[in-house]
Design a protein around this ligand. Structure first.
Ligand SMILES: [Zn+2]
Ligand SMILES: [Zn+2]
Length: 372
């Protein structure tokens, strides 16, 4: 039996353990992936910190996480000889794929809302087939009939491709839902991996101003190279009132047409909804941890007629569109420079420690990537 190494996370002592797990025998219709790159996404940092988990909660069972990844086809199940666009596919081809598995036969799926499937398959215990279902591992398994995978062109490198299936796809979906229009002014709260991608996508969709808000100078610098037209450094504008005022000034007192929240702290929502104009749109993406309560004057949402959307996952068409977005914009924006550091799997603990930005005055890592 072939095996592959997975980085198994233990809540009990807050460490990763490198463990050999079986590589699944591929079922008809399934695809086994040899993972080449997996990034440390902001939501991985939430899991690693234990954000949203009660202090007295028992440790979770050891598990493998990581979802922002790309790889090459290790084995094709019977009946699979093309990608999801009917292009010939063989072992060794580099691919991107969605990291969630819609059931394809529920109320939402039959409406084409695969990203909203409530029955999508979750993580399985480590001793249960197919064993490999986390991204910080050498192998990952795409389940039959529930997978969407797309061949990567040669000119997109592994590092460039890793953030496609989460950071890039997620913000494309959000800005598509929010309907960025030609000439819109857009606020992006948070200039991490999702943030800088959102800035470039907003500009590509025709945004006029893109205002980046963050507290890390290196991120704001990358933001300016990734399509932001203006930045608000929270160290220079230390209060929500000052930041809201700064947005108003940059938009001639009108407010942003669209603001997108990619920080994942409730206070960001409290101030962000005040940055949008009358009948503006607020896109909430960042909060993936439970118990994220914000205090908002709902009357303001009503009287300002704010369009508020919660966004998670995406529909499959976004992935090939994201690949083409990268090829179209890589010379224009620094979106391909988001990945700043590559670590071998043996240094995954170090990669997380270095990627941690909370409580750091300055963190030069914009996206850490593991090469399993
Ligand atoms: Zn992610
Ligand atoms: Zn479904």
């Amino acid at each position: 039996m072939t095996t592959g190494i997975s980085a198994v996370w233990h809540d009990s002592d807050q460490t990763f353990e490198l463990r050999e797990l079986p590589v699944p025998e591929v079922e008809p219709g399934g695809v086994s992936i040899r993972v080449l790159r997996t990034s440390v996404c902001g939501s991985d940092l939430h899991i690693w910190r234990g954000d949203g988990i009660a202090k007295d909660a028992p440790p979770r069972d050891p598990f493998v996480f990581g979802h922002e990844m790309m790889g090459e086809v290790a084995a094709l199940g019977k009946g699979v000889d093309t990608d999801s666009l009917r292009r010939p596919l063989k072992e060794g081809d580099r691919v991107v794929f969605s990291y969630f598995f819609p059931c394809m036969k529920c109320y939402n799926c039959i409406r084409g809302e695969m990203g909203a499937c409530k029955f999508r398959m979750g993580r399985k215990p480590l001793d249960e087939y197919p064993y490999c279902n986390g991204g910080f591992a050498q192998y990952y398994y795409l389940r039959p009939q529930q997978n969407f995978l797309f061949k990567l062109p040669d000119d997109v490198s592994d590092e460039e491709a890793a953030p496609i299936n989460c950071a890039l796809a997620q913000v494309i979906d959000a800005l598509h839902v929010g309907r960025v229009k030609f000439g819109d002014n857009v606020v992006v709260q948070g200039a991490g991996g999702l943030g800088v991608n959102a800035m470039a996508v907003a500009r590509d969709m025709g945004a006029n101003k893109v205002i980046a808000i963050d507290g890390q100078p290196a991120r704001l610098d990358l933001a300016m190279r990734s399509g932001a037209t203006d930045t608000i450094n929270i160290n220079d504008f230390p209060t929500p009132e000052a930041r809201i005022e700064a947005v108003m000034e940059l938009t001639d007192g009108i407010g942003a047409d669209i603001a997108i929240e990619l920080v994942g702290f409730p206070a960001a929502v409290e101030e962000g909804v005040q940055m949008v104009r009358q009948r503006g749109t607020y896109l909430e993406v960042g909060h993936i941890s439970p118990h994220s309560y914000a205090s908002i004057d709902v009357q303001q949402i009503v009287s300002k007629q704010i369009r508020l959307f919660g966004i998670q996952h995406y529909d499959p068409w976004i992935l090939p569109a994201a690949i083409e977005f990268l090829r179209r914009n890589r010379d224009r924006y620094a979106v391909c420079d988001v990945v700043s550091d590559v670590f071998p799997m043996t240094q995954i603990g170090e990669a997380f420690a270095k990627a941690e930005w909370q409580g750091q005055a300055s963190n030069k890592i914009t996206r850490a990537v593991i090469a399993p």
